[in-house]
Design a protein around this ligand. Sequence first.
Ligand SMILES: CC(=O)SCCNC(=O)CCNC(=O)[C@H](O)C(C)(C)COP(=O)(O)OP(=O)(O)OC[C@H]1O[C@@H](n2cnc3c(N)ncnc32)[C@H](O)[C@@H]1OP(=O)(O)O
Ligand SMILES: CC(=O)C(=O)O
Length: 529
Amino acid sequence: MTYQVFDTTLRDGAQREGISYSVVDKLAVARLLDEFGVGFIEGGWPGAMPKDTEFFRRARTELDLKHAVLVAFGSTRKAGLDVAADPQVRALLDAETPVVCLVAKSDIRHVERALRTTAAENLAMVRDSVTHLVAEGRRVFLDCEHFFDGFRYEPAYTSAVVETALEAGAEVVVMCDTNGGMLPSQVTGAIGELTERLGVSPARLGIHTQNDTGCAVANTIAAVEAGVRHFQGTANGYGERPGNADLFAVVANLQLKLGLPVLPDGCLAQMVRVSHAIAEIANIAPDTHQAYVGAAAFAHKAGLHASAIKVDPLLYNHVDPAVVGNDMRILVTEMAGRASIELKSRELGLDLAGHPDAAGRVTKRVKELEAGGWSFEAADASFELLVRSELPGMGAARPFALESYRVLVEHREDGAVVSEATVKLRVRGERVIATAEGNGPINALDEALRVGLLRHYPELRGFELADYKVRILEGSHGTGAITRVLVETTDSGGRDWTTVGVHPNVVEASWHALVDALTYGVARTPAEV
Ligand SMILES: CC(=O)SCCNC(=O)CCNC(=O)[C@H](O)C(C)(C)COP(=O)(O)OP(=O)(O)OC[C@H]1O[C@@H](n2cnc3c(N)ncnc32)[C@H](O)[C@@H]1OP(=O)(O)O
Ligand SMILES: CC(=O)C(=O)O
């Protein structure tokens, strides 16, 4: 049994607010979708937008697709126009794709009120357009816009549109939940009624769902379970309004839960890579919590989960993350137990198995610190320093001892604001005093520390403060607000690490995070660097 995996990231997905692909972007997305193994890539609407026309022109020479064929999208001929004279239909042929997907009205209310034509003329538009394109050698899929709403309102007319398209030679007629208002049981019910009414196999039908009820993936799965073999969706669920069915979740569910061979062998493991690469091109931050592909899709926070995962990761994962190219992660927070601490330490290369007391002490310390506003979830480097400090002979030596630091912010008469920091340190037995200016107090402090340490630790030259996040936390137990600072540092070897600091004073909180960042970086950098 074969399934038609139809991707419309470049057509319906591009209808999402905020997305605007260039032609080069579209070509890159098409290559990624092909690597993911979809069978059909709907590239856009030639003739409607110059970019889409250009995409199909360049695709002929610049795309070498291994799994997919390209599909040009467009509407049935205009009411009252000869099909051969309709420039939009001509543009579909000029796109030179083996497959064309036509959108047709199938809800009588849309025919009469939006198209402002008759029921009979709309059927003629469907018949003429399909016949013409098939005669020109194209495989034709027909998207029935508003199928489910139309079928509920006037089933006879919507069925007539489906029947007309099939008789005219459409390979598949796609039932579209254009307004996205359906639930799975309604999808299943409509498919049963339609196939009975027309005596047609569900294998001649396709499904296209929008996500307005949050059920697009479930509706697509329901249709496939009802016998439909052609399903449409988009990468990461991009699309008009709340989006389309997320093709990644659909494909993974069909393959892993229902055992249906929808993708070529080996392609499923490309899913995370392809999802994130397309998000990058679309200029949309990947959704951390997206099913299967999100960075948190297999991240475990609760101590109880971790204690079972220690025995067998599948006790708390619905599938092995590796099958979709993802990884499991353990988060260390106030919800951690000893098992979480052990597993997270193992991820960081530290084995606590032989040190149950240390695991207990770290767990207690993490809970105390988190109660005071610290957060280790995103600060692996600070957590690693904490674990090391509890392991005999493993503690990371602080590169210096602090005598004092001072930070000044000067607002000058001409409006300039200058920050200056001075640090007094003891470094390898030597007293060091260093001063630096910066574009803000934290930058000045960071600079002064580096100036003071550079002679003893030349590797600091490669370190860079890449990101700095501040969060003001509500005070508790009668205290005022406190500040949590996260610092991300990178080095010239492309490594990055994050540290945390907490204090009622933002400069002191930043100081803690900066000192952890330098300590961690120095400890992890080979001495000869
Ligand atoms: C459900 C979906 O998402 S389908 C995909 C929708 N995608 C898009 O609309 C994006 C691309 N669209 C466009 O660039 C433009 O809307 C175009 C080029 C297609 C049309 O632009 P215009 O000619 O200026 O028309 P406009 O957008 O105002 O109206 C659409 C026209 O198509 C007609 N139309 C709508 N659906 C169909 C159909 N299935 N078959 C034939 N004609 C149709 C409408 O009746 C209207 O005709 P009119 O101009 O005679 O009133
Ligand atoms: C065709 C389409 O995108 C829809 O009906 O939603």
